[in-house]
Design a protein around this ligand. Structure first.
Ligand SMILES: NC(=O)c1ccc[n+]([C@@H]2O[C@H](COP(=O)([O-])OP(=O)(O)OC[C@H]3O[C@@H](n4cnc5c(N)ncnc54)[C@H](O)[C@@H]3O)[C@@H](O)[C@H]2O)c1
Length: 311
């Protein structure tokens, strides 16, 4: 591995994965890219719209890229507001990356999937082979992405791999456009104003993971021996699972008074369609997935970091 391209590098995950890759691999060039220009991102950085195959091709050729971490996407809530664009970015964008991967003989493409592949027909704690019948455009695009990845693996021997990520809790880049954003927004608002109105019910329980564990999972999976992997982009990982009110209680324990209100909007039905826990035993046995953050540690880290940033 000589050169890694990260697409969607300015987003919630990319803004932490890119420096983590740079820290981990001294002798590998990490090229960050996004559709936006990136003033604060360390070099090299390129503006790349993944829906335009010629732009993907140009950056791969310019830097002699051999590995791609493909993060460019529209998330669940944003995708429901703009299904057309979600289809274009999540499907055409991935197709472009896979096609360039095939054409240029890339060594590896890492593509996150999501718990959004599951739908109301799936029971709790699903394993990788559970029914995938999502009801959102985002979930549909992720099922198609998983199937496309498997097709390219089987047909062209392209090494595509990924994880079905749950909601990610982090303090560096504030998420936007996702259904699990409340699990980050609550911290910002609690610390800034002492109050927050959740857009889900207080009993909404979803699987989540702290960013440090998510980054570790993405990198560990990317380094795993291909012969150990039973799945391509379908590995479940689950760090923890908590309700909105459990989160509020833990935040209040740390910061004192926290006035949490719950006014569900359209995102509630998306949350209700997802499982609240995941069976991640395959990731644990195949490539050693083992999260370090429980809810108390996650809340401690978020409060400590955001008290410095927000106040
Ligand atoms: N954050 C989560 O909780 C979560 C959960 C499950 C799965 N995922 C998956 O992880 C990946 C990264 O998610 P994220 O949370 O960092 O998302 P994000 O929305 O924070 O970042 C996505 C980035 O993609 C960029 N982008 C959008 N359209 C583009 C285009 N046409 N060309 C190039 N870049 C474009 C955006 O500018 C943004 O910086 C996605 O595939 C997402 O589905 C994220």
């Amino acid at each position: 591995m000589d050169t890694i391209l990260v697409t969607g590098a300015l987003g919630q995950i990319g803004s932490e994965l890119t420096p983590a890759l740079r820290d981990r691999y001294d002798d590998v060039r990490i090229v960050a890219s996004d559709i936006e220009s990136g003033p604060d991102v360390s070099q090299p950085y390129e503006t790349v719209d993944v829906t335009d195959r010629s732009q993907v091709e140009a950056v791969v050729e310019k830097y002699d890229v051999d590995t791609v971490f493909h993060l460019a996407a529209l998330l669940s809530a944003a995708g429901e507001q703009n299904p057309d664009k979600a289809f274009e970015v999540n499907i055409q964008g991935l197709y472009n990356v896979l096609e360039v991967g095939r054409e240029y003989g890339l060594n590896r493409i890492v593509v996150p999937s999501s718990i959004a592949v599951y739908g109301p027909a799936t029971r709790n704690n699903p394993s990788e082979r559970a029914i995938r019948s999502p009801t959102t455009m985002y979930g549909i695009s992720k099922v198609l992405a998983e199937n496309l990845a498997t097709y390219y693996y089987q047909t062209y021997d392209l090494d595509v791999r990924g994880i079905r990520l749950p909601g990610i809790v982090s303090h560096k880049t504030r998420p936007d456009g996702g259904t699990t954003d409340y699990a980050v927004d609550a911290f910002y608002e609690a610390i800034d104003t002492g109050e927050y109105t959740y857009f889900v019910r207080k009993d909404t329980r979803l699987p989540m993971v702290y960013m440090a564990d998510a980054i570790d999972a993405i990198i560990t999976l990317s380094e795993a021996d291909k012969s150990d992997l039973r799945f391509q982009c379908e590995y479940n990982i689950s760090g923890l699972s908590f309700t909105a009110s459990e989160l509020s209680e833990r935040i209040e324990e740390r910061i004192g008074r926290f006035n949490a209100r719950y006014e569900p909007d359209g995102r509630q039905s998306i949350a209700d369609s997802w499982p609240s826990t995941l069976d991640d035993s395959a990731a644990r046995s195949d490539w050693g997935w083992s999260p370090e953050y429980d809810l108390d540690r996650l809340v401690d880290e978020m409060v400590r970091n955001l008290q410095r940033k927000v106040k």
